[in-house]
Structures are given as structure tokens and as C-alpha cells.
Write a protein that binds this ligand. Structure first.
Ligand code: SF4
Ligand code: SF4
Length: 363
């Protein structure tokens, strides 16, 4: 299983859609359990992968390295804002299978949401880790909000460098907060524009296959096309509560990493429970389970399904983007099958992700 380890709640950025206001009354700011406690719990799972998470996990690089020294995991993954990557020794850097770096696209978009100068600092560090020989999966992780142009921002991240990013993934800045739509002047208009951008991006993806024989690493497209081509039936793709859990700073076990304050999310703790005890205690429910595309979508987001912070209406609006995305990819499927038949691209190119690498697939 995949375990997010919240190393700290401290972050060295203050992004517009997050604000970074951890509440020590909910969870301590820093880890209060011992590495021995963590090791005893994880030893019961021979398939344990570790994803370092925060706050900003590299703020506690010392602790992260100690955990890597003392606990052998199947894979190490990190979700980072990238600002401190330059300080991570190459020896540790190369032990990561996947590094997800938060960046929102072009410089002006990233800096607007994440703070002036962030883009340049992140890009410098990306160049540096590639120069130092990091050859794992480097994923650009975007938060997509009102100022994003999905076509332009994804294209930018796919092409920058030689290219530096293997994959680009995004999550919509929706249903995280209440009252709804705070960061949108007209959400309906924005959604319509976003959907047009998705159609154009699918087209761009297909054209690059035809012209370059290359399947660009657009994570939501790859993940859904994999389902369509390999005829899989999926469950909640981020795996929260199924095969992915978060260990909070106090050692509690929760399903979704972003919501330690909710009782429904609590499934146990590392002191008393074993990994086998905690799976499937919390799962998505209606309206997802009877949705016509449940087997393809998987329910998008457990947090949104449980909290519905934007009400039924907001939930339905966001589902509209999922349905549009799935439809566009269904339309592209036969063309892709033909490109596979002609040997221009390979079916295996769509076999991504091969393991739960913390990308949620459905934006
Ligand atoms: S499209 Fe919406 S309702 Fe359907 S499964 Fe996905 S999140 Fe649930
Ligand atoms: S997709 Fe939703 S449930 Fe899954 S990890 Fe992200 S916020 Fe949590």
C-alpha cells in the first residue's frame, strides 16, 4: 500500500488556494511519534511505498533522510514545492522513484498563485536535479484555477527543457473551500472555457502522436485512456481509504491526506492498528456509485464526495468537467487504436501510472 507521511505541517510558501494555516489543535505541527513506531507499523506491509508529504516535506529534510535510512520502502515518492530540492544530497535524490513538483504552468500563472519568483526558483532546481542525474519520474503538479489556460499551461510544462518533466498532472481548484467559488468571478463561464481547452488539449495530444510518434505525458489523459484501452474497471483513483493512507504527525491513520479534521476520514493509528485493519473502512458513496461513468471515473475525490463543500450544485458542475474529459477521450480512442495498429505508438505507452504514484488522475 501507499503511505503518505506528513513530515510537518509547516510550509515555506503561502499559495492563494491553500494559505497554509495548520491548526495544532487538530494535529501537531511536527511528528510526535518515533521512527521506531513508524517502522513497527510499516514492517507489517512488505509492499509499503512511502510518499513524503507536508506542509512542505523538505522543511524536515533531516527527518526524511532518517526515515529513508531506517525504513526500507518499495518506493519513495515526494510531493514538494521544489524550493529546497537543491539542498537534498544526490545520494538521497536518486533513491526517489517519483518526484512531484508543484508548479502551475507558465511563469506569470505560477507566480500569481504561488508567490513572486517561485517559478524561477523551481525551474532552477529542476534543472539542477536533472543535471545531478535524477532519472526517476518527474511530474509537474498543477493546481488549475481561474487564471489557468489549460492548453497553454500544460503545453508549457510538457515542452520546457529537453523536456525536464516526464509528466504533467493537475487538480482543479474546486470544492476545497467554503463558501464556494471564492477564486472565480464567474465559475460557469470559467468551466465552459476549461472544457474547450480540454478538447483542444486532447487534439494537441493526438496530433503529437501522429506527427512525432510520441505520447505526451499528460497524466489525466494517460490514466483514462489506459482504462479505455485495457478495459479496466477502476475505483477511486487516488486510492484514499483503499490502498493509500496518510500517517498524520500524531500517528493517526487517515484516508485522504488533506482532511485530518474530519471524523469520517479517521481509520486508525499506527500504534494499535495493522495495515490489514484499515482498508475499505471509508469509501465514496452516492452520487458516484450509481453514476454512469463510475467505472471510468472511480469517484474523482473522496474528500469532495464526503464533504460536498460546494453543495449538490457545485458537485454536479465539477462532474460536468469529468464527463466532458471522458467523452473527449472516448472519441479519441479509435484513432489511438489505429495509431497502435500502424505501429506509430505502442499500447504500452498508455500503461501509466504503473503504480499509485499519488497522481489522482481525475482532475
Ligand atoms: S463523474 Fe461525478 S458523480 Fe460520476 S463518478 Fe465521477 S465524481 Fe462521481
Ligand atoms: S483526490 Fe480527493 S480524496 Fe483523493 S487524495 Fe486528493 S483530496 Fe484526497
Amino acid at each position: 500500500m501507499l503511505y503518505f507521511i506528513t513530515l510537518t505541517q509547516v510550509c515555506n510558501l503561502k499559495c492563494r488556494y491553500c494559505g497554509n494555516t495548520p491548526d495544532p489543535a487538530i494535529e501537531p505541527i511536527d511528528i510526535t511519534y518515533t521512527i521506531k513506531d513508524l517502522k513497527s507499523f510499516l514492517e507489517n506491509d512488505p509492499e509499503a511505498s512511502i510518499a513524503f508529504y507536508g506542509g512542505e516535506p523538505l522543511v524536515r529534510m533531516d527527518l526524511m533522510k532518517k526515515i529513508m535510512d531506517e525504513i526500507e520502502a518499495k518506493r519513495y515518492i515526494i510531493q514538494t514545492n521544489g524550493l529546497l530540492l537543491k539542498n537534498l544530497e544526490t545520494e538521497y535524490l536518486k533513491r526517489f522513484d517519483t518526484i512531484l513538483v508543484s508548479i502551475d504552468g507558465r511563469e506569470e500563472i505560477t507566480d500569481y498563485y504561488r508567490g513572486l519568483g517561485t517559478y524561477r526558483r523551481v525551474i532552477e532546481n529542476i534543472k539542477d536535479i536533472r543535471a545531478r542525474g535524477f532519472s526517476g519520474d518527474l511530474i509537474a503538479r498543477m493546481a488549475v484555477s481561474e487564471k489557468t489556460d489549460i492548453l497553454e499551461d500544460v503545453k508549457h510544462l510538457l515542452r520546457i527543457g529537453d523536456p525536464w518533466f516526464d509528466h504533467v498532472h493537475w487538480q482543479l481548484d474546486v470544492m476545497w473551500d467554503s463558501p464556494p467559488y471564492q477564486r472565480y468571478r464567474n465559475f460557469d463561464e470559467w468551466l465552459a472555457k476549461y472544457n474547450v481547452g480540454i478538447s483542444k488539449l486532447v487534439n494537441y495530444w493526438l496530433e503529437s502522436m501522429k506527427k512525432e510518434g510520441k505520447v505526451l505525458g499528460i497524466v489525466p489523459f494517460l490514466g483514462i485512456m489506459k482504462t479505455l484501452l485495457f478495459n479496466e474497471k477502476v475505483e477511486l483513483r487516488c486510492g484514499s481509504g483503499i490502498n493509500a493512507f496518510t500517517i498524520t504527525t500524531s500517528g493517526r491513520l487517515i484516508a485522504c491526506p488533506i482532511a485530518p479534521e474530519f471524523e469520517w476520514n479517521h481509520v486508525g493509528d499506527i500504534f494499535r492498528n495493522k495495515p490489514v485493519d484499515i482498508a475499505r473502512k471509508v469509501m465514496v458513496e452516492e452520487p458516484c456509485t450509481s453514476c454512469e461513468i463510475y467505472d471510468i471515473c472511480g469517484g474523482r475525490c473522496l474528500f469532495a464526495n464526503k464533504t460536498k463543500l460546494w453543495g449538490e450544485d457545485g458537485f454536479r458542475k465539477v462532474c460536468g468537467t469529468v464527463k466532458h474529459l471522458v467523452n473527449e477521450l472516448k472519441k479519441a480512442k479509435s484513432e489511438i487504436q489505429e495509431l497502435i495498429r500502424l505501429g506509430i505508438v505502442r499500447k504500452e505507452d498508455f500503461n501509466y501510472p504503473k503504480y499509485n504514484n499519488t497522481t489522482e488522475i481525475i482532475p
